[in-house]
Ligand binder design. Structure first.
Ligand code: HEC
Length: 194
């Protein structure tokens, strides 16, 4: 072998394979030492002295913050609901139609003529005929009667959109509607398209 004289070559050999005792680069050794130091510091900081929040605790904290933001938005919407007017914006109504198709047709029928839930196109309203009543009923639901509480499931903008969409269906007279639940017609409907 011609490498016999190499000072870095170690004595032992296995099946002709020999080992070169090369010095590791300094920067590498320091980096390695740094990782050892980091691991020790991490262990002390997080697990021995409990100074930092671990991943699960951090997750909980962030969820709490998120929950507060969500609650604040819902509270704000709760107040805004009282003075909102139905949207006539085509994009909002289209979004409302989609929300209705996905979430509401199972109980109110695609044309809102009523199935399990009441007809939403007639003059008879169980929970009030004003736009704010519609918003409130959708948001708070009527759990004891099977109407879902949508706040928290739908975003405020989606509730507003679907309520606006329903508003455009008033007076649309779909075939075979569900009979009115309410005995006396409530306040006459106002249809923005009339
Ligand atoms: C699981 C069935 C079900 C689903 C899904 C459902 N509803 Fe209802 N909804 C009802 C029932 C039942 C009532 C009647 C509650 C009562 O008798 O007080 C109702 C009532 C309503 C009312 C009030 C009607 C009135 O006469 O005052 C509105 C508005 C309404 N729903 C909108 C919606 C919208 C919008 C969706 C979809 C986001 C939806 N509902 C999804 C069952 C449902």
């Amino acid at each position: 072998m011609n490498n016999e004289k190499d000072p870095l070559l170690l004595d032992h050999e296995a099946d002709g394979i020999r080992e070169l005792d090369n010095q590791l680069p300094r920067w590498w050794v320091w980096l390695f030492n740094l990782t050892i130091f980091f691991a020790g510091a991490y262990l002390l900081y997080y697990h021995v002295f409990d100074r930092g929040a671990l991943m699960a605790a951090e997750y909980r904290q962030e969820m709490e913050v998120g929950e507060k933001v969500k609650q604040a938005a819902l509270d704000r919407f709760e107040k805004e609901m009282l003075t909102m007017a139905p949207s006539t914006d085509a994009a909002v109504l289209e979004e409302g139609k989609q929300v209705f198709t996905v979430n509401c047709v199972a109980c109110h029928r695609a044309d809102a003529g009523g199935l399990v839930g009441p007809n939403l196109t007639d003059d008879y309203w169980i929970h009030g005929s004003e736009f704010k009543d519609t918003l409130q009923t959708i948001s708070n639901g009527v759990p004891e009667k099977g109407m879902v509480t949508w706040k928290g499931l739908l975003k405020p903008t989606q509730i507003y959109a679907v309520a606006s969409y329903i508003y455009t269906l008033r007076g649309s007279n779909p075939p075979n509607p569900k009979p009115p639940e309410n005995t006396a017609p409530a306040t006459p409907q106002v249809n923005i398209y009339e």
